[in-house]
Design a protein around this ligand. Structure first.
Ligand code: FES
Length: 108
């Protein structure tokens, strides 16, 4: 689903079409779209799996704070899909691990 007419902002000018891949599946998206919105537009809501809670992960806060939407993009782990824009040829895979916040804090 792609919203073309918004109540407040009026007509939306769609960005150029791009092709992305999720788990090897070719998907269409538009420049300016986040990875999460592109995946959800194609019916993908589970972006990973929590080992600790044994449940699917996906969009939760939608603004980069909760880390529930982490995916692996072009081999880079822990990428927030809700705040990353699509790029042509982007290879996205589910992230099956849990973020190690303490380790990441000490590395920075
Ligand atoms: S949905 Fe919360 S960080 Fe992406």
């Amino acid at each position: 689903m792609d919203i073309q007419q918004q109540t407040i902002f009026g007509e939306r000018v769609p960005g150029r079409p791009v092709t992305i891949y999720f788990e090897g599946i070719r998907l269409s998206a538009r420049e300016g779209q986040t990875v999460a919105s592109a995946l959800m537009a194609h019916g993908f809501y589970a972006f990973g799996h929590s080992r600790n809670l044994s449940q699917a992960r996906g969009l939760y806060c939608g603004n980069g704070r909760c880390q529930s939407c982490l995916v692996t993009i072009d081999g880079i782990e822990h990428v927030k899909s809700c705040s990353t824009l699509v790029r042509e040829g982007m290879m996205i895979t589910k992230y099956a691990g849990d973020p190690d916040v303490r380790r990441e804090m000490h590395e920075n």
